[in-house]
Design a protein around this ligand. Structure first.
Ligand SMILES: [Mg+2]
Length: 233
């Protein structure tokens, strides 16, 4: 079996901006915190749960309790939903995502999603954009602060859904952030970088070999997945 696991924001969808906006607004409206850093890469864990945990500890000296966390997530997701109702164009799907999962399955790839977003946020984006059925194995920041661990959870879910499989021949994570590349290396797994909305040079700087601007050039993407899956494990 070969596995390909996707990040959501900035990879499958153009939602980094709306995500950042709603997150910052939630920090203001729920926690009363102005000017929270949006340099997500500077946090210990660049995932929603990890960032909220760190923000809380720094602001009040302890992690959020379950009801505080629930309140934060509910507010965050309601803001995102409101943005979508006002302007659905802010939730664009990356070029070439249409039929991508089906075609990967036809090529014997098992597909999953591992996101640093909270589950409610991830499911809302999947629902609003229609990019993937909610039956696709999905792990989120609700399960761990650490992205490597979140990817590992998705791998586990893919394996549980395929009980007859005994051998994993290759694993590739597809993401738009340097933290995605770092998480792949820690796993370890192969990596394909996506630069649909971000700085084109960030992957080149660290020597990532397989980078695509989007998913429209199917042959190139499939070839990169094959090459990246040969990553020595
Ligand atoms: Mg991302």
């Amino acid at each position: 079996m070969k596995m390909v696991i996707f990040d959501i924001d900035g990879t499958l969808t153009n939602t980094n901006t709306v995500d950042e906006e709603c997150f910052s607004k939630t920090c203001q409206e729920v926690l009363g915190l102005e000017g929270v850093s949006t340099d997500w890469g500077s946090y210990k864990h660049s995932t929603d749960s990890g960032i909220v945990d760190q923000i809380f500890r720094e602001a009040v000296g302890r992690p959020p309790n379950p009801s505080e966390l629930q309140r934060f997530i509910a507010h965050f997701v309601s803001l995102m939903d409101a943005v979508h109702r006002k302007d659905a164009r802010r939730f664009q799907v990356t070029r070439g995502v249409e039929r991508l999962f089906e075609q990967l399955v036809e090529r014997d790839w098992s597909v999953g999603i591992a996101t640093g977003a909270f589950r409610a946020s991830a499911e809302l984006k999947l629902k609003l954009t229609g990019i993937a059925p909610l039956t696709v194995p999905l792990s989120t920041a609700d399960e761990a602060f650490d992205r490597t661990e979140i990817i590992r959870r998705t791998m586990q879910k893919i394996l549980e859904a395929s009980p007859k499989v005994t051998e994993v021949e290759g694993i590739v994570y597809v993401g738009d952030g340097l933290w995605d590349w770092k998480a792949s290396r820690a796993l370890p797994a192969g990596f394909v970088g996506v630069t649909a909305y971000g700085d084109l040079s960030r992957f080149a700087k660290v020597g990532v070999q397989h980078v695509v601007p989007h998913f429209e050039e199917r042959d190139r993407f499939f070839q990169y997945l094959e090459e990246a899956s040969q990553f020595e494990r």
